[in-house]
Structure formats: structure tokens, C-alpha cells
Design a protein around this ligand. Structure first.
Ligand code: C5P
Length: 242
């Protein structure tokens, strides 16, 4: 570095998005705030990130009402910001809060409590060279159906993957893709379909690598997902902070 040049950002920041309403879950409060064996669903992954040696900053994105009065169980040092209407808006708000101070950004859905420390390490390592997402193979036979539910075709599954979070990005890439999103580069109807951040990279032709995901890293969408998550903890398969 030459004298007078600003230091390049280093380190890893994590954005945990938890500003959704969770309508599919069907409870009085969003799924990320429901109790999971003693602590709220969201607290599991936030604690794992805060305790991870590679992670320097953690931003949690909440709905404007909750961000105005953040839950007391969030660990000290976690920054809380307000999210937006769509998931991509919430990611953008969280990434902005990192303020260009990190080199790598992990984006994680607060609805996935069982992200392990090992998974974080794999994604951080993968994201040093470009966007990296954790994936797992598809074991079921996959069919495509028409609007009436009639089977159209069997989709070969060998190259299909189910995608998880955290997804890792060089901060510059994430900010660039979301800045385009902000500028209205995507069709309005796309916003709801942006269920992950790698999608923005794919649209721009930016290569995204994959790392091995974790079958235990389930996403809580319905009440039966929560029942399964509780059973995983109660059976000892998952330990707090693992
Ligand atoms: O709705 P879905 O389960 O796909 O949302 C994935 C994650 O994105 C959840 O953790 C949810 O809270 C978050 N989200 C958000 N802001 C939104 C919509 C979803 O932070 N506007």
C-alpha cells in the first residue's frame, strides 16, 4: 500500500435477514421469533455467527417495527437495521450497514437456525475468490408440472442442487449487484422471485461457485419444519452453538 492510500477493507461481515412476515408459517408472529428449545429461531444462527472466529461484524435486518425496539436476546455488538418489502431490499439494507468495511459478506436467512461453524468456514473460504453458495444434491425424483398439476416432464437430477444460506460474496460484487437492483435494472415482478443473492450474479454473468452444504441446515417455513427442528435438538443431533 502506498502512503496516503486508504487501507483496503478486510475481514468478514454477516447480514442475517429476518424482516419477513412468514405468512406460510401460520403463527401469530414470524417464524424467526418462535421459540426453538429455549431460544428464538433467529438467535441460533446469530449466536453461531457472533462466535465464529472468521466473522468480524454481524448485522441483523428486522422489520421496521422490530428494529425500532430490538429484542433483548440479540447478542451485544450486533447491529440492527430495518428491512424492506422484499428480501432483496432487506439484504441491501444490511449490506449498506456494513459500510464498505469488510472484504467478504455472508448473507444468511434468519429462518435457518442450524447453520454450523464448519459451514460458515467453507463458505468464507469459497468466497475469497468470488461468490460461493452451499448446495446439496437432490435425492428425490424431480418432475415439472403444468399449471393444472399434470406432469410435463421428468427433470434429470444429476446436476440439480438445493441451495442454502449463508451465501458468500466479495463485498464489492454484492454491492454492485444490489446497486443495479436499486436502480431498477430488474423487472418489478422479479423482486418477489429473488429468493437468493446468487441469482443477481447469475443474471449479470458473474460466476458463482458451490461448496458442500449441510443437510441439517434446514429452513423453517412451516409448522412441521419447526417440529422437525425441535426433534433434531431434543435427539442430540444438534447442539446449541454447534
Ligand atoms: O420468505 P422466505 O422464507 O423465503 O424469506 C427468507 C428470509 O428472508 C427470511 O429469513 C425472511 O425473514 C427474510 N426476509 C426479509 N425481508 C423481506 C422478506 C424476507 O428479511 N422483506
Amino acid at each position: 500500500m502506498r502512503a496516503g492510500e486508504p487501507a483496503a477493507p478486510r475481514g468478514v461481515g454477516a447480514v442475517v435477514v429476518a424482516a419477513g412476515q412468514g405468512h406460510r408459517f401460520g403463527a401469530s408472529r414470524p417464524k424467526q421469533f418462535v421459540d426453538l428449545c429455549g431460544i428464538p429461531v433467529l438467535a441460533w444462527s446469530v449466536r453461531t455467527l457472533v462466535n465464529h472466529p472468521d466473522v468480524d461484524r454481524v448485522v441483523v435486518v428486522l422489520s421496521p417495527q422490530r428494529a425500532a425496539s430490538p429484542p433483548p436476546w440479540l447478542p451485544n455488538g450486533v447491529l440492527v437495521v430495518s428491512g424492506g418489502v422484499f428480501r432483496a431490499d432487506s439484504v441491501r439494507a444490511g449490506a449498506a450497514a456494513l459500510g464498505g468495511q469488510v472484504e467478504t459478506v455472508l448473507v444468511h436467512d434468519g429462518a435457518r437456525p442450524f447453520m454450523s461453524a464448519e459451514l460458515i468456514s467453507r463458505v468464507v473460504a469459497g468466497a475469497r475468490n468470488g461468490p460461493a453458495v452451499p448446495v446439496i444434491a437432490v435425492e428425490d425424483t424431480v418432475k415439472r408440472v403444468d399449471e393444472g398439476g399434470w406432469i410435463e416432464a421428468t427433470v434429470p437430477r444429476e446436476r440439480l442442487r438445493r441451495v442454502q444460506t449463508p451465501q458468500g460474496f466479495p463485498a464489492e460484487v454484492l454491492n454492485r449487484t444490489h446497486a443495479l437492483d436499486d436502480a431498477g435494472a430488474w423487472e418489478a415482478q422479479d423482486a418477489a422471485a429473488m429468493t437468493d443473492d446468487a441469482l443477481l450474479c447469475e443474471r449479470l454473468g458473474i460466476d458463482v461457485s458451490t461448496v458442500e452444504g449441510d443437510p441439517a441446515n434446514l429452513k423453517i417455513t412451516t409448522a412441521s419444519d419447526l417440529a422437525l427442528a425441535r426433534a433434531m435438538v431434543e435427539s442430540g443431533l444438534i447442539a446449541l452453538g454447534s
